[in-house]
Design a protein around this ligand. Structure first.
Ligand SMILES: Nc1ncnc2c1ncn2[C@@H]1O[C@H](COP(=O)(O)OP(=O)(O)OP(=O)(O)O)[C@@H](O)[C@H]1O
Ligand SMILES: [Mg+2]
Length: 328
């Protein structure tokens, strides 16, 4: 399909026999923010490294920006920007020199290079650090510089491997603002992150990976809805009657008393059930004084599919589950 900027089919990767990527297929639409989530060791960086030509394709195939990663690595490299998981700055270069070197490596003509450097330094708010060596930057400033470097060549696709790891909340938010601005200007973003709230807010589409496989995919909304665990809290004039009425309705999994009223677990999208419940209660003379809908978070989705919290690394318990929820 012409509007897919990345297409991956049956991709596998082994490190000395250890299968880190176990045959995955997916695509990324041009212009979207696409996220790869997964616990430590899931295989996310390995996938990024293959797509950015740093690791060879051993089995399967991958196209990036219209070029086959195996046979046209140079063209792929010219189309992309990368921010690696681990810091890759030369500590002896200044902020300006870092970008200047990068522009030269990419053979950017001088005038374009210079104006791009100025633009990028301003974008990531490092104007007053222009002539400071990277060794003397704070962690957040280094990360911002790496993002600026990744963006400098105006890539069609920007790969961001854990772009905000270890940054304070304010810096993370600001970094997302830059990334969104860049995305709105037309760059497709492919990212991995361990921050579920960030992935939830920015992603157009999410793949959850574990043990080298994609175990769930969809929009954040679809993934959350598909858990079928929306909870509606109701305070009514007659909770006993309300429970009887609601208990007969479709998609109701569980009703239990909550601190003031009822807590109703729904097996489908709660936003669709809520009006039905409200009008049924109304018609039967039960007045609703308060109503609240709680959807599962992306964290809940993550734990459901991987069987563990991102922080519980050694945990062996995981569910074998497979879901493709976005309908693509
Ligand atoms: N150079 C390597 N040699 C051998 N095994 C490796 C190498 N790099 C990664 N692996 C293994 O491949 C698997 C996937 O690693 P990868 O770095 O792709 O995971 P990840 O999803 O990026 O994890 P994280 O969230 O910790 O960054 C892990 O089991 C890891 O130990
Ligand atoms: Mg990684």
């Amino acid at each position: 399909m012409a509007d897919n900027i990345i297409e991956v089919k049956d991709l596998e990767y082994r490190y000395n026999g250890f299968k880190a990527v176990a045959g995955i297929s997916f695509f990324v639409r041009s212009g979207e923010i696409f996220s790869f989530l997964g616990p430590n060791g899931a295989g996310k960086s390995t996938v990024i490294n293959i797509l950015t030509t740093l690791l060879p394709v051993q089995a399967g195939c991958a196209m990036v920006a219209g070029f086959d990663v195996s046979s046209r690595p140079e063209d792929v490299r010219r189309s992309i920007g990368i921010v690696f998981q681990d810091e890759t700055l030369d500590r002896d270069l200044t902020v300006w020199e870092t970008l200047e070197l990068h522009g030269r490596l990419y053979s950017m003509p001088k005038a374009e290079r210079r104006s791009s450097i100025d633009e990028m330094i301003t974008l990531v708010e490092l104007d007053d650090k222009r002539d400071v060596r990277t060794r003397n930057l704070s962690g957040g400033m280094k990360r911002r510089l790496e993002v600026a470097r990744g963006l400098m060549t105006r890539p069609k696709v920007l790969f961001l491997d854990e772009p905000t790891i270890g940054l304070d909340t304010q810096t993370r938010m600001r970094l997302w603002q830059y990334i969104k601005t860049v995305n709105e200007a037309g760059t497709t973003i492919f990212l991995t992150t361990h921050y579920m709230d960030e992935a939830d807010q920015v992603s157009d589409y999410i793949n959850i990976m574990d043990h080298g496989k994609i175990i769930a995919s969809g929009t954040s909304e679809a993934l959350k809805n598909d858990l079928g665990r929306d909870v509606i809290y109701l305070e009514t004039s007659d909770n006993v009657d309300a429970a009887k009425l609601i208990g007969k309705m479709e998609h109701v999994k569980d009703i239990s008393p909550s601190s003031k009223g009822l807590s109703v677990t729904i097996t489908t999208d709660g936003t669709r059930c809520l009006p039905v419940i409200m009008s049924a209660l109304n018609e039967n003379g039960v007045t609703i004084s308060e109503v609240n809908l709680k959807k599962p978070s992306l964290d809940d989705v993550f734990i459901h599919y991987t069987g563990r919290d991102l922080r519980e690394t050694g945990a062996e318990k995981f569910r074998i589950a497979r879901a493709n929820i976005g309908g693509r």
